[in-house]
Design a binder for this molecule. Structure first.
Ligand code: SF4
Ligand code: F3S
Ligand code: FES
Length: 240
């Protein structure tokens, strides 16, 4: 089939504002990913097209983009999910919203990573290890409590689809809250109170208005809004 691609282009060294680049590709298969097509554009038609990617298998989280108006990983979005008939597919690709565009589809992830770093995104426990020298044990139920939020790959599909984040980039955002959740509900960790304090900040969880865009955008199918709600409950109930 034939693919018509409309790609948002912006080169800060020469463009005053973004433009649209139009590309046509033949011999496209329905099992091709959008990343495959972007590679073909870059390798066969315009080597200046700039995008971020690494694993091509939905693991590294580096190729989040806005594809036909919705956030997704380019490597996980297949043509068959976008095509309307068997002969052609029209695909519009833009950088994710709410982040400064560095070039074309590449955005500045540093503010996003600053939010991530702000929630103490690592295991904290300074108590001596158990005397038998074995690992810190946890019941199956306790481990299950935060299993969903261990799946995050920091792609930013969630945060960059959130209207609260668009309106104020100081909002810590759903991705950082997902990471906070992963550690807050880990019974082996001892920094939950510190994280809940951070989450209670005026740019913490209360900025979430339960819009659900984050949950819909997550390529790992994490129940992001549910995790945020659980953190809110933990703050108000003193459960943790
Ligand atoms: Fe990406 Fe989902 Fe993690 Fe958000 S919660 S950063 S959408 S993997
Ligand atoms: Fe935003 Fe998700 Fe809350 S889209 S408002 S963080 S439910
Ligand atoms: Fe790694 Fe898509 S390239 S998630």
């Amino acid at each position: 089939m034939q693919a018509q691609l409309r790609i948002r282009r912006f080169n800060p060294e020469k463009d005053k504002k973004p433009t649209w680049g139009e590309f046509t590709l033949d011999d496209v298969n329905k099992t091709d990913s959008v990343l495959d097509l972007l590679h073909r554009v870059k390798w066969e038609q315009d080597g200046t097209l700039t995008l971020r990617r690494s694993c091509a298998h939905g693991v590294c989280g580096s190729d989040a983009m806005r594809i036909n108006g919705a956030n997704a990983l380019a490597c996980k979005m297949l043509v068959q999910r976008l095509k309307k008939d068997d002969d052609t597919v029209t695909i519009q690709v833009e950088p994710i919203l709410g982040m400064t565009v560095i070039k074309d589809l590449v955005v500045d992830m540093e503010p996003f990573m600053d939010h991530y770093r702000s929630v103490i995104p690592y295991f904290v426990n300074d108590e001596p290890v158990p005397e038998d020298g074995r690992e810190r044990r946890q019941s199956i139920a306790d481990r299950a409590r935060f299993d969903d939020t261990t799946k995050c790959i920091l792609c930013a599909c969630c945060t960059s689809s959130c209207p609260s984040f668009w309106s104020n980039g100081r909002y810590v955002g759903p991705a950082a809250i997902v990471t906070a959740h992963r550690f807050i509900f880990d019974t082996r960790d001892t920094a939950a109170a510190d994280r809940l304090q951070i989450m209670s900040d005026s740019f913490g969880v209360w900025r979430c208005r339960t819009v659900f865009n984050c949950t819909n955008a997550c390529p790992r199918e994490i129940e992001v809004t549910k995790a945020i709600a659980e953190v809110k409950v933990a703050i108000t109930s003193g459960e943790v």
